[in-house]
Design a protein around this ligand. Sequence first.
Ligand code: NAD
Length: 365
Amino acid sequence: MKKLITLLPGDGIGKEVTAEGKRVLDKIAQEFDHQFEFNEAIIGHDAIEATGHALPDETLAILKKADAILFGAVGHPHYDNNPSLKVRPEQGLLKMRKELGLYANLRPIKLFDELLEASSIKPEILRGSDILFFRELTGDVYFGERGRKDNDNTAYDVMIYSRYEVDRIAHKAFAAAQTRKKKLVSVDKANVLESSRLWRSVVQEVGKAYPDVELSHMFVDAAAMKLIQDPRSFDVVVTGNLFGDILTDEASQIAGSMGMLASASIGDSVGLYEPIHGSAHDITGKGIANPLASILSTALMLDISFGLKEESQHIIDAVSQTLKAGFRTVDIADSKTDKDKILSTEQMGAQVTQRIRANETVPAN
Ligand code: NAD
C-alpha cells in the first residue's frame, strides 16, 4: 500500500513523541511491504514564530493532500502565562479541526493489564475497562460567540450546537457501538442547558435507526463520578466538545497516564491521529516523555484510515509485549519497576519497534 503521511510534530514533547511514532510506521512499512512517504509541516508556537500564524496556509495546503496526519501537540508557556495574547498556538488546532472537517474525536480508553498498578484507581475496579469515547469537535463553547461586556467586567462564551452537528456524531457513535457491546451512553447536562436538550433529542431520534444498541443518557456530573467508580459499566460514550475534553482527561487515569492514550479525529476527509496529551513543557527536552500514546495513535491510523487491521494489531501487541517485559517510561513506572528498565523516549520507541515483526510477535523476556 502506498500512502502519504504528514507529520505535524508541533511544540514541546510533540516533537519527541512524533519521532517515535514515525519510527514505528517505518518499521511497519518495512515488515509489511508498504510504501509510506512522509512530509512535515509546522503548527502552533513554531508556526507563530515563523509566520505569525498558528496554522499557516502552507501547512493547511500540505494537510489537505495527505492520506493521514500524525500530530504531536501545540502549546508554549509564553502563551499559557499571557492569556491576553491574541495569536495563540491552540488556535492552530481549532482551525485545523474546522478546516479539515474533523468533527469526531475517538478516544479508546483501554488499560493494558501490565499497568493495572500504575493507575491511582484500584485494580479490581479497573480490570477489564474498555471504553470508546466520541467527543464532538467542531461545536460547543469553543466555537460559539464570545466576548466581554460591562467595561470588561463580564465575559461570555456561548455553548452552541446545531441539529446537524449532533446528528452526524451520533451516527458514528451508534455505528461503533454496533461493533462492540452495543451500549451507548450519551452525556449531556439537559437538566440545565438548552443546547444539551437539543443534543439529547437528536441522539434519541438517531437511535431509532439502531434498535440493537441500548441507549442511555447521563448528566455530565454523574458521568464524571461513574467513570472512576465503575469504569467497566461503560462501552461507547458520546458527548459534546467541552464535556468530552474534561471526561477524557479524567478517563486517562484509567489508562495509567496521559502518555498512554491515543486519539483519532475523523470527519469527511483526511484523518488526524494524536496523543491526547499536550506539549508538557515541564518535561520537554529531558527525553523522558512517554511515546506510547503517539505510537498507539499510529495503530489507530493504520486501522481507521488505511484499513490495515493486522498491522495495527501488531503495534498494539508490540506495546503490550514491551510492557510485559517490564519496560516503562518514568510516568508509568512504580516502586516495583526495575530501575534498569526505566527508559527514555527514544529507548521506549526502539523497544516497541524491535518487537514488530510481520510473522511473529517477540515474546516477553
Ligand atoms: P499536558 O498534557 O501537556 O501535561 C499534563 C501533565 O502530564 C504534565 O505533568 C506532563 O508532564 C504529563 N505528561 C503529558 N504527556 C506526557 C507524556 N507523553 N509522557 C509523560 N508525561 C506526560 O497538559 P498541560 O500541562 O495542561 O498543558 C501543557 C501545554 O500543552 C499547554 O500549553 C496546553 O495549552 C497544551 N495542550 C495542548 C494539547 C494539544 O495540542 N492537543 C492538549 C492539551 C494541552
